[in-house]
Design a protein around this ligand. Structure first.
Ligand SMILES: Nc1ncnc2c1ncn2[C@@H]1O[C@H](COP(=O)(O)OP(=O)(O)O)[C@@H](O)[C@H]1O
Ligand SMILES: [Mg+2]
Length: 236
């Protein structure tokens, strides 16, 4: 389980995150909603070890990992699926997956890859293809598969639905739910509130770098989300 308490992150004089608190639990999808510029990506990047927080704490299963670098977070089974997917375009699907499993022994990599192919049949079908030739939705599946290769217990996902056609958004969200159901704590950031709410158990809303609302997804009715986020949340 992931616990983020009163996180503060800045870029020089810009205080992008100033009081974000979040939880993510095994088997659950926690959705973080917030308008453009609210500090969602900054939060995920700081939690995953790509920025040092200025204050606050990050705990994974009770262990204080605040300020640890990304490779250490991965070793502690927390991994980020970054905004924009970031697959290695000139490498094959399988090579991309191997990169995700770089910490493991060869036998472990093969076993995990078999599981990933079972979980993501599209990646199995395309294993020899260059990742750059996949559709956006397929690249998102690859980004998920690469994260699963590191055998995480916490996966952070930054706007996986971004730029995808509506039917692809549905398959990506269904996959998000499946990943959580396999016993992983999933923390997902979305500006597409409708899509996120379809699979979320818990919701936190961030406004101007602060958590302003946390509750069950069932209570985050669209009117309330709309009231907090304003016009941006429900239109895409
Ligand atoms: N590298 C950076 N340098 C300076 N300011 C940044 C940088 N990245 C993001 N910001 C600022 O931090 C705030 C939060 O950005 P971000 O975390 O990307 O928001 P979100 O993901 O919610 O859209 C914004 O005001 C943004 O302009
Ligand atoms: Mg962002």
């Amino acid at each position: 389980m992931l616990e983020v308490n009163d996180l503060h992150v800045s870029y020089g004089a810009v205080n992008a995150v100033q009081g974000v608190s979040l939880r993510a639990e095994v088997g659950k999808v926690t959705l973080v909603l917030g308008a453009n510029g609210a500090g969602k990506s900054t939060t995920l990047r700081a939690v995953a070890g790509y920025h040092k927080p200025k204050a606050g704490s990050v705990l994974v299963d009770g262990a204080d990992l605040t300020g640890s670098r990304a490779h250490k977070m991965v070793r502690n089974q927390l991994v980020l699926v970054p905004e924009g997917r970031r697959v290695f375009a000139t490498l094959t699907v399988e090579e991309n997956l191997r990169i995700g499993g770089y910490r493991a022994s060869r036998a472990e990599v093969e076993a995990t890859m078999a599981e990933v192919y079972e979980q993501f049949p599209i990646l199995s079908d395309r294993k020899g293809q260059q990742a750059g030739l996949l559709s956006g939705g397929e690249q998102q599946m690859l980004a998920f598969g690469r994260a699963v290769m590191s055998q995480p217990k916490v996966i952070l996902m930054d706007e996986p639905s971004m730029g995808l056609a509506p039917t692809m958004v549905d398959s990506v969200m269904t996959k998000v739910r499946e990943i959580a159901d396999r016993g992983i704590a999933v923390l997902i950031v979305e500006q597409n509130a409708d899509a996120g709410l379809r699979v979320a158990d818990q919701v936190s809303v961030i406004t101007r770098g602060k958590t302003v609302w946390t509750g069950a997804a069932a209570d985050a009715d669209t009117a309330a989300v709309h009231a907090v986020l304003g016009e941006t949340a429900l239109e895409k």
